[in-house]
Design a protein around this ligand. Structure first.
Ligand code: ACM
Length: 469
């Protein structure tokens, strides 16, 4: 049995004492309280032979401390080491994005992810709730979003990189959605673990499922489209009629009511302009708005969504494409395309979350693709994640402050079930979580050894991770 404290990643300062603490129910012996003298992000955990105490400068930091304690307990098998830890995170935002649109995950599977996130002191679950291949959230007044938009008749088998003539489909309907009550329950489940859920409604592109449900939301309502059965980027984006903006107001208002987080993610990525270019209505609207470039239609969507959400006390987060058109100054940028984009965004004064695809997309292969399940992107090992240079070098102190955090992404085109979500997430998410917490620089070899000792905790949570090489 390795020494349990060696399994606890991240503490900035650990003071050893001799004894060990033995108890049947460690939570019983933990006293917890806020301490105004501590900075809001800091917690102090002390375990002695007579009991354990946790204090922190805020509720969020208390959750971090509780999750550290859970980590110690789950690694300890009966004996808990006596330690004093005081610690605080590098980044306020330590996120995991889960795409439940391409493949639906039942609520219980999201709860398992939340448990595992807490264990790793990740504190934001970003739920990608809508896309071309499925609409996953009940919206009152729009029943067809979930009756029609939540289901596709079949799904492409294997990689979409193969020639289109050779594509085959599974012939099996896929779908599902969450009721508002279920999502409220999930929010509470997450809150008790110190995790905030940030919903995403991807607009104005990635909307084919909604357009399939309500053709009048599209640019060519007379042409019925279905929920998309292949991956990639769909041309079927939102139209520009008043009806579309009324729809968005309703959706964003309900979403704002379900999720208490002060942020809503509005997507904004990969929005083709081909339909707007062909649509007389879109051109007429552009004139009415006094704009000339078709691309500015996307800017109008960003501004509209921001105004609606601001009325509900929310700030907008969006993928970095929104920087290409007009956007409100308080938009938070989620940078995914190029690592250099982080610097571009913060230099322009935008708060930014690092989610650069070749560093943080955990749906990319974990090793040589020929030995791994079908996946997008180029191989990205757990070592690559642990040793990545996430933040641009030499940011000024002022721009560094605009980097809110780091987030892992699980896009689910090739993740058909919960086991495959878990396989791709772990153990790379352990490495990303440690980097997001910002523990002092340690070698890959040191981390790898600690990670091997950590895997039994994942087993205890029933996580089906990819074994280390
Ligand atoms: C993205 O990968 N389209 C954000």
């Amino acid at each position: 049995m390795p020494d349990p404290i060696a399994l606890v990643p991240l503490p900035r300062s650990v003071v050893w004492s001799e004894g060990v603490w033995q108890t049947d129910d460690p939570w019983e012996g933990l006293s917890v309280g806020l301490n105004d003298a501590l900075p809001p992000t800091e917690y102090a955990l002390s375990i002695s032979p007579t009991g354990a105490s946790l204090s922190a400068g805020s509720e969020a930091a208390l959750a971090d401390g509780r999750n550290t304690f859970a980590q110690i307990v789950t690694g300890a098998s009966g004996q808990i080491p006596c330690v004093t830890i005081s610690d605080r995170p590098k980044y306020a935002w330590r996120g995991l994005h889960i795409d439940v649109a391409r493949h639906f995950l039942p609520i219980e599977e999201l709860e398992t992810f939340l448990d595992a996130m807490a264990l790793h002191r990740l504190n934001v679950l970003h739920l990608h709730l809508t896309d071309d291949q499925g609409w996953r959230i009940e919206i009152k007044g729009y029943p067809r979003l979930t009756e029609v938009g939540a289901w596709r008749d079949q799904t492409l088998i294997g990689s979409m990189e193969t020639p289109e003539e050779s594509w085959t489909f599974d012939g099996t309907p896929h779908g599902g959605f969450y009721t508002q009550a279920e999502l409220e329950g999930l929010v509470e489940y997450a809150r008790r673990r110190g995790i905030m859920i940030v919903p995403e409604v991807d607009l104005p592109g990635h909307m084919q499922a909604a357009v399939a449900a309500y053709p009048e939301l599209g640019n060519f309502p007379e042409k019925q489209v279905g929920v998309r059965e292949v991956w990639g980027i769909s041309d079927h984006v939102l139209g520009v009629s008043d009806e579309v903006f009324d729809f968005l107001r309703d959706v964003l208002t309900q979403v704002a009511g379900i999720f208490p987080a002060p942020y809503v993610h509005i997507g904004g990525d990969e929005c083709p302009r081909t339909e707007w270019e062909r649509s007389p209505a879109a051109r007429a609207k552009l004139n009415e708005w006094g704009l000339t470039r078709i691309s500015e239609i996307q800017g109008r969507f960003t501004q509209f969504a921001s105004e609606v959400l601001r009325e509900h006390g929310k700030r907008v987060i969006a993928w970095d494409e929104v920087l290409e058109t007009h956007l409100p100054d308080d938009t938070i940028i989620m940078n995914w395309r190029e690592a250099a984009g982080v610097r571009t965004a913060v230099d322009r004064g935008f708060q930014t979350i690092i989610s650069t695809h070749d560093q943080t997309y955990l749906n990319y292969s974990q090793a040589d693709p020929k030995d791994e399940p079908v996946a997008l992107g180029s191989p990205h090992t757990v070592k690559d994640v642990y040793t990545a240079q996430f933040e641009p070098a030499k940011l000024s102190e002022d721009t560094q402050k605009l980097v809110l955090g780091l987030q892992a992404q699980l896009w689910s085109e090739y993740l058909p079930d919960a086991a495959s979500f878990q396989y791709m997430a772990f153990p790379r998410l352990c490495a990303l979580a440690e980097r997001a917490w910002g523990s002092p620089e340690q070698s890959w070899e040191e981390f790898e050894e600690r990670l091997r000792g950590h895997l039994p905790r994942l087993d205890a949570f029933g996580i089906r991770y990819r074994p280390l090489d």
